[in-house]
Design a protein around this ligand. Sequence first.
Ligand SMILES: [Fe+2]
Length: 185
Amino acid sequence: MQVHELVARFAKASNSSNPMKAAREELESLRGDIDAIDEALRFVAGTGGNARQVFYRSPSISLLKVCFPAGRRTPPHDHGTWATILLFSGEEKNTLYRSEDGKLRKASEVTLTRGSILPMMADTVHVAECLGNVPAIGLHVYGGDILELPRRMWHPETLEAHALDLTLYESFAQAASKAASAPLA
Ligand SMILES: [Fe+2]
């Protein structure tokens, strides 16, 4: 597997009549090739912010390798579009929320392991965290240009809604990682 082959598959999915469904079907078909994809994406750090995670972006789709180190938890955030994750390795707990006028309500939680796929609608808010002692690494597919879409994040303690701002995000992530659990869990 080479990175351009992966990009070609998802670029094609993004041009279909139902890109979210097509991307999910691609991820399902790639479940048996996790080691090959992981190898092809070794050059992507996956930590250090979206700029060190994204390896393809267009107005209709973004592809990221995301690595959550042990002990790392995100603040609640949305993606400004649909998102689907395929986990390669480690264990990643996701706490899912609904937002009503910016106020969060917990909806569900799910723990991903190797081969798990998690689709999230555009209005889903989530917290992702690495469980265990090894990083949680996965392929994240978003239905738009993840560096340009308007997104929201919530302070992990006050749950105040903010526009996603990458300079503020890191302080929110550090506070989220220090907490005993995801908000409202
Ligand atoms: Fe996310």
